[in-house]
Design a protein around this ligand. Structure first.
Ligand code: ADP
Ligand code: MG
Length: 301
């Protein structure tokens, strides 16, 4: 495996505040690398360093062999396609004008632009005229065109900061299909998301909390490391009272509300038999959401 991003002891300080503290990880070529964490965890700040947009206070970042160096940010920028969290495209420009603009920023020729555009429109199966104003596009298609803009200079690494925020569930699913296609084209994808169902699609997931990297691994590894015991889905009966809830809590080392259910781990030696008629119990595999809640909100494993 070849490493395309290598982050070593990264620290970023704003004034007296460390937004990112001693973060180290690497991303292999062809991976979908999911970068997760609550708001303010330091994801976007790390991304801005990887994209060559801000200078790290401490540590080193290498992207495809290029070290971050003041004055040499362009070397990194050429290798990275960046879709930022809020800004995606100019609403008052057409699809074509947005892409021309992105191409100009990266200094790519008209011929390359035409060729890349064709290939990328093919990828997203664009069915709108290039002269369509971006403001007139549904949010799902807008995100796809934004992805095309981020890829127009054929970067090896694509960095997507919450690409599906505010996009409908169906469009989120098609966006993830695109992400998978990108990896089959040899691209590496670094992506942040708040949606845990999406994060299950990642080859490797890294969890950030308060500027620190608190866990990293494949999705199965993270689940196994976080929950060594069997997890159960507990469904309360209609008569389940707050007293019953206290009894249930007494049996469990972990209990998380999950819709109308609870996801629980039993205390050593405990079982559910005293609550037979008050709850339904089934064995389940923990979801990434369970892992996330356990690690990020309770700080435990
Ligand atoms: N330019 C900045 N100046 C001061 N504080 C900042 C700046 N950018 C981010 N921060 C702070 O750093 C922390 C991490 O922010 P950010 O990296 O955007 O988190 P995330 O993307 O995980 O939500 C937050 O507390 C945020 O307020
Ligand atoms: Mg962010």
């Amino acid at each position: 495996m070849t490493c395309i991003v290598s982050v070593n002891g990264l620290g970023v300080k704003f004034g007296e505040f460390w937004a990112v503290r001693d973060v180290s990880f690497s991303v292999e070529v062809g991976q979908i690398f999911g970068f997760l964490g609550a708001n303010g965890a330091g994801k976007t700040t790390t991304i801005r360093v990887i994209c060559g947009l801000i200078t790290p206070t401490q540590g080193q970042v290498t992207v495809d062999g290029e070290h971050f160096e003041r004055g040499r940010e362009d070397a990194i920028k050429a290798k990275v396609g960046y879709m930022s969290q809020k800004f995606t495209l100019y609403n008052d420009l057409s699809i074509e004008e947005n892409l021309d603009f992105a191409a100009t920023i990266h200094g790519i020729s008209k011929a390359d632009l035409r060729r890349n555009k064709e290939e990328l429109f093919d990828l997203i199966k664009l069915n709108r005229a290039e002269s369509t104003l971006v403001a007139q596009l549904p949010s799902g298609i807008k995100q796809q065109v934004a992805l095309v803009a981020a890829l127009i200079h054929q970067p090896k690494l694509v960095v997507l900061d919450e690409p599906t925020a505010g996009v409908s569930p169906a469009s989120r699913a098609s966006f993830w299909e695109l992400i998978r296609k990108l990896t089959t084209m040899g691209k590496t994808v670094f992506v942040t998301t708040h949606y845990m169902d999406e994060a299950e699609n990642c080859d490797v997931v890294a969890l950030m909390r308060s500027g620190e990297l608190i866990a990293m691994g494949s999705v199965p590894q993270l689940k196994e490391n976080t929950f060594k015991e069997q997890m159960y889905n507990v469904t309360p009966s209609p008569l389940f009272s707050s007293k019953d809830l206290n009894e249930l809590k007494g049996l469990c080392k972990v209990i998380e509300p999950c819709g109308i259910h609870y996801h629980v781990l039993l205390n050593a030696g405990a079982d559910f038999h005293t609550m037979d008629r008050k709850i339904d119990v089934e064995k389940i595999q923990p979801s990434l959401e369970d892992v996330f809640i356990q690690l990020v909100e309770h700080g435990g494993g």
